[in-house]
Design a protein around this ligand. Structure first.
Ligand SMILES: [Zn+2]
Ligand SMILES: [Zn+2]
Length: 189
């Protein structure tokens, strides 16, 4: 019996929520021109900016009828960043990427692009060099046999990290030319 009361209470509350949200919705979206009780043509003033449109953020404007005070809303689509040109921040080495940045002239947002040195192997790199590296990592005890598949997955990344750590390199799990060359040398040496 108690649960029944709870359920009817929930039912009444949800009805209330629906009615309230519907009326809020109507307030904002009813087209004034088709409203049946309209006795005048709205005399709108200028659009007033409520929320300034900006990078990745919607804008909102409102205009008010000077006769009845009706508020009409409109939304403005967000605008994309206005980036300036790319400029180099740092040059690539055998164990770091070439970094370029560009700045939005409107909001100052900084966009960064990394260009990896040629021959860099990293997550989801594929191919023969990846497999060669994996075979050596297997022989050195850093990788299990099932990870030797020619794809630079998470296990390869972890093995590279361990190899880097053991050899005094920055342990970031990226197969920089510096790291890869050292691994390939470990086979011959
Ligand atoms: Zn009006
Ligand atoms: Zn911006």
């Amino acid at each position: 019996m108690k649960t029944k009361h709870v359920f009817s209470l929930i039912f009444i509350l949800s009805l209330l929520v629906i009615v309230l949200s519907a009326s809020a919705f109507a307030d904002k979206w009813d087209d004034p021109a088709t409203a049946s009780d309209l006795s005048h043509v709205h005399k709108f003033g200028d659009w007033i900016t409520m929320i300034e449109v900006s990078c990745n953020s919607y804008g909102e404007q409102v205009r008010i009828c000077s006769v009845c005070g009706y508020k009409q809303h409109r939304f403005l689509d967000a605008i994309p960043h206005a980036y300036g040109p790319w400029s180099a921040v740092s040059e690539a080495t055998d164990h770091s990427a070439h970094t370029e940045q560009r700045t939005c002239t409107r909001c100052g947002h900084v966009d960064t692009k990394l260009v990896y040195p040629e021959g860099t192997l990293r997550l989801w790199s594929e191919g023969r060099t990846v497999k060669d590296v994996q075979k050596i990592l297997l022989s050195l005890g850093y990788l299990s046999p099932r990870a030797v598949d020619g794809t630079y997955g998470y296990m390869t990344e972890a093995a590279i990290k361990q190899f880097q750590e053991a050899n005094g390199l920055t342990a970031d799990g990226i197969g920089w030319p510096q790291t890869v060359n050292l691994i390939l040398k470990s086979k011959n040496g």
